[in-house]
Structures are given as C-alpha cells and as structure tokens.
Design a protein around this ligand. Sequence first.
Ligand code: PBG
Length: 333
Amino acid sequence: MASFPHYRLQRLRRTPALRGLRCETRLHREQLIDPLFVVEDSSMAGAVPSMPGIERFTLDSLDRRAEAVGKAGIQAILLFGVPARKDAQASGSFAPDGIVCRAVERIKRVAPDLVVITDVCLCPYTDHGHCGLLATPRADSRPIDNDATLEVLGRVAVAHARAGADLVAPSGMIDGMVSAIRLALDNVGLVNAGILSYSAKYASAFYGPFRDAADSAPHFGDRRAYQMDPANAREALAEVALDIDEGADMVMVKPALPCLDIIRRVRDTYASFPLAAYQVSGEYSMIKAAAQNGWLDERRAMMETLTAIVRAGADVVITYFALAAAEAMESKP
Ligand code: PBG
C-alpha cells in the first residue's frame, strides 16, 4: 500500500457520494425484525414506561401494527405473549387458544406475507417467573428442572406452529431445547416450521425493561444457572455448535452491542449459517433515555448501533427500533 502523502484515506470521505462508494456495510429493511408484545387482558395494553415509544398491543391493535410494519418494508416480527393468568405449569404457554396462538392466527389473516416468529419460553407464563419448570427440591441458585421443561417447550412450539408461526424461537437457554422442539414438530408433521434459537444468550443486565413489558421477572433468584456468563466467549461457540447440530435453522447472539465480539466469532466460525442478533430492551432504552435528555442524537445512535451489529456479522437484527430505522432509511442521511 502506498503511504502518505500519496495515499490519503480522506479522499474518499469528501462527499456523501464518495462515502457511499466506500461504504462497507449497508442496512436493509429486510434485515430488521420487529419485536412485539401482545396482551391477553386488554387492561394491560398501552405504553411501557421503561421503554419509551414501545407499547403492549391487544389483538385488535396488533393488526394495525402488523400492517404498519409491512408498509414500512419490514418482513418479520417476533411475538411475545403476556398472558392474563400464570401458574406453576405455565399452562397458558401451550394452550391452543392462548394469547400467542390467537395473535399468530390473526396476523396471518391480515398480513399473510409477514414472517411470524414466536418467542418460546415459559417465563411470562409461570407464576414464579423462571424460564422453566421449577426443580424439586428447589434451590434458589439452581431453580429449574431442565429436562422436565423440554417436554413443555415442545408443546409450546407445536401450538405456535399449528397456529401458523413460521419460526419458533426458544429463548430459555434450556439444554437440549432445539432438539426437543425439532422432534416435537417433526412428530406431528410440522416439518416446515423452523427454529430460530437464542443460542448464545447471556445473563445480562440489559433485559430489565423487557421484564417490565413481558411481566416476566423471576420472583426469586436470577437466571445465571441457565443463561450464559458475560465473561465467556468460547462457551458461546459451544452453544452455537450444539444448536446447529440439534437442528436450528438460524442462531442468535443476545444482547447485541455488549456482544459484538461474539457475533463476529460466530460469523467467522460458521461463515454460511444464518445469524441473528438481538438489540435488547436495555440497549434500546439506554439510547432513548439519553436522547430524551438531549445527550445523544437518537437517530444517529440508532443507525450507528444497528450498522455496528451488522458490521460485526449479523444477518438480521431484532430491534425495538425496527420501524423507526425502516422509516429513517426512507430519507437520506
Ligand atoms: C425470555 C426472554 C427475555 C428476553 C427475550 N426473551 C428475557 C429474559 O431472559 O429475562 C429479553 C429481550 C429484551 O430484553 O429485549 N426468556
């Protein structure tokens, strides 16, 4: 490479058009997945205070959102159900007339081309807020019974796929969840329902606002006995390897910005495998709060973080900014 003064990198930064020629990473609407909360009890609908700009939808208001998302050129949504009742067995999670199944059926009627992904986890449905059935005897430090939970996850996935979900997304970091779900789906002939696995999901502080929105905070202890330690990277590759081996169609790293190195390592290790990253609630709320205080330019922070996540190697990004980002792409920078 010729050196200074012959070679000047600033030459290609002089104008927007030159910068456009030099640009290495481009965001597309097709890369965005819009995460949506749908409530069974309509009195729980409305704004989520810890996530400015995000609301919990009823089945009716979800129709309008699905239409808006499609009009903005976004191709996929990720649904989270907020049930009216919780119990120890998480029975609302696999009920065929449960909130997520009803939402999927309706969306498939109003927006048949929209890819519908459903979160498959027990935490919003259990009366204790953990992502699986409780172990007996129960230990606060190791609360859940992994293997007993697998059967329930299979039932949840089958219920969602029967309702019309294109992809089910197990998010509980339950060992063996992908293979249990693949088997359950195949056993009833749902061979075309895919699995987007939350493969490398860390025990992160950045899920706080989501737990307000989904009403899914654990009532005792924490999730560190099943979610990953943020100190670990090689372990994430082991999680991804297992999920691919168990039959995942797409893997995910979560959260996104604190894990750009993990996204990059998964991308480099599995060059051809579809990879999603989840810009989680806390990442969203941090930018929103700073912007509301006038400390950050919201639009620029949004586009910069999303671009960084794609630059790190993600094919698609699940983000609460999906609609805003798609709209921002309409206009020039
Ligand atoms: C359910 C689940 C969580 C998120 C997605 N699925 C929360 C958790 O693990 O407590 C977090 C998403 C976000 O913060 O936006 N297990």
